[in-house]
Design a binder for this molecule. Structure first.
Ligand code: 5GP
Length: 113
C-alpha cells in the first residue's frame, strides 16, 4: 500500500482539502510554496502521470479540473502543476499525484530542491 493509500484509508492523518469517489487532495507535509497541495487519484493502478494518461485520460482531466478548483479556493486561481516522474526527477511516492503550487510563487518553487 502506498503512503497515499494509507491517507485515503485514514490509517495516517492528513489535512484533506477535497475528496470525491475518485480523487483526494491534501496539504503536502513539507510545503514548498504558500499553497502546496497534492491531488491524488484514489486508484493505486498508476505509478506516474504517463501511466495515468495512457490508462485513464478522463481521470487525468478530472485531476486537472480539481487542481484548478483548489487553486481558486485557496489562492487566486493561478497555479503550477507538477508531476515528478521517475526517481531521477524527484519522484518519491510511486502512486501518481500532482503537486499544486499557488499563492506567491517564486522560481524556487519549480519543484527542485
Ligand atoms: P514526489 O517527491 O513523489 O513528487 O512527492 C511526494 C510528496 O509527498 C512530497 O512533496 C512529500 O513532502 C509528500 N509526502 C510524503 N509523505 C507524506 C505524508 O505522509 N503526508 C503528506 N501530507 N505528504 C507527504
Amino acid at each position: 500500500m502506498s503512503i497515499f493509500s494509507a491517507i485515503i484509508a485514514r490509517d495516517i492523518p492528513a489535512d484533506i482539502v477535497f475528496e470525491s469517489d475518485t480523487i483526494i487532495a491534501f496539504r503536502d507535509i513539507a510545503p514548498r510554496a504558500p499553497i502546496h497541495l497534492l491531488v491524488v487519484p484514489k486508484s493505486e493502478a498508476y505509478a506516474n502521470v504517463v501511466e495515468l494518461a495512457a490508462g485513464d485520460p478522463a481521470l487525468l482531466a478530472e485531476l486537472v479540473s480539481v487542481a484548478h478548483d483548489l487553486a481558486r479556493e485557496h489562492a487566486d486561481g493561478e497555479f503550477r502543476l507538477i508531476f515528478n516522474t521517475g526517481a531521477n526527477a524527484g519522484q518519491s511516492v510511486f502512486h501518481v499525484h500532482a503537486h499544486v503550487l499557488a499563492g506567491g510563487l517564486t522560481e524556487g518553487s519549480l519543484g527542485g530542491e
